[in-house]
Write a protein that binds this ligand. Structure first.
Ligand SMILES: [Zn+2]
Ligand SMILES: [Zn+2]
Ligand SMILES: [Zn+2]
Length: 105
């Protein structure tokens, strides 16, 4: 039996923003990111675990918001931190325009 995520009631962002400027925390701190993830509970945009600062994971740990979704072009997967589970959530709509990674990845 496939494991199921029990945190879907934390998915409050079902319409992705049209465009973002990058990782919110990196933009503030002047650091650089590789890939972008959006928190599906509050819409916070953070950077992935391949990025030096790992802001998406830091946000999830700090706020206990469980699920992020990739906003990389062509990617539609989400990740639940407490369940360590990747999934596609069909209720999420929209495509977000993102700037190229400042690290060129
Ligand atoms: Zn879950
Ligand atoms: Zn960042
Ligand atoms: Zn959040």
């Amino acid at each position: 039996m496939a494991a199921a995520c029990s945190h879907l009631d934390h998915v409050l962002v079902t319409e992705l923003p049209d465009a973002v400027d990058g990782c919110a925390d990196c933009l503030e701190a002047g650091t650089r990111w590789v890939h972008l993830r959006i928190c599906l509970e509050c819409g916070h945009v953070g950077c992935c675990d391949s990025s030096p600062m790992r802001h998406a994971t830091a946000h999830a740990r700090q706020t206990r918001h469980p699920i992020v979704r990739s906003i990389e072009p062509g990617e539609d997967w989400s990740w639940c931190y407490p369940d360590q589970l990747a999934m596609v959530i069909p209720e999420i709509h929209g495509h977000t325009r993102i700037p190229p990674s400042p690290l060129g990845a």
